[in-house]
Design a protein around this ligand. Structure first.
Ligand SMILES: [Zn+2]
Ligand SMILES: [Zn+2]
Ligand SMILES: [Zn+2]
Length: 145
């Protein structure tokens, strides 16, 4: 997809679509799974790190990206496939691989509804399945042969 296609998405989220922001959003859209600030910085070396950081914060604030707490201590994000129109119930589950420490988006699986007791205010829900991803499992079985 060409970067211009993302202009309405950014505008809809109340973000002025500058060329840098479009470039960053484009890089995020090409990812199928979660990413960290560092991995994005490595990828977009032509863009100032503080600009990437501020842009990510802005995207997150406007719900264009979800933040994922996978327990690894690393801050990870993934693209909101509803372009900022997710309610928290629509958020998807994640799979954390304990071997390669990569966090995969389980885009087909939404977080199951949780009953919140009266008087409680829920801000964020994380649903993380931990284990070994297919790639790592394959590597391990090859070793055993
Ligand atoms: Zn979303
Ligand atoms: Zn893995
Ligand atoms: Zn995700």
């Amino acid at each position: 997809m060409k970067a211009e296609h993302y202009i309405p998405i950014l505008e809809d989220a109340g973000i002025r679509p500058t060329s840098t922001r479009l470039l960053i959003y484009d890089a995020i859209c090409k990812k199928s799974d979660t990413f960290s600030l560092t991995s994005l910085e490595d990828e977009l070396q032509s863009i100032d790190k503080s600009v990437i950081f501020r842009t990510l914060s802005l995207f997150h604030e406007r719900h264009l990206i979800h933040s994922v707490d996978d327990g690894s201590g690393l801050h990870k994000y993934c693209l909101c496939h509803n372009h900022g129109h997710c309610s928290s119930e629509e958020a998807h589950c994640h799979f954390f691989c304990e071997k390669c420490r990569k966090t995969y988006c389980l885009s087909e699986d939404s977080i199951p509804p949780v009953h919140i007791p009266e008087g409680f205010i829920a801000n964020k829900t994380n649903y993380i399945v931990k284990g070994i991803c297919a790639q790592c499992a394959k590597k391990t079985s090859q070793h055993l042969k």
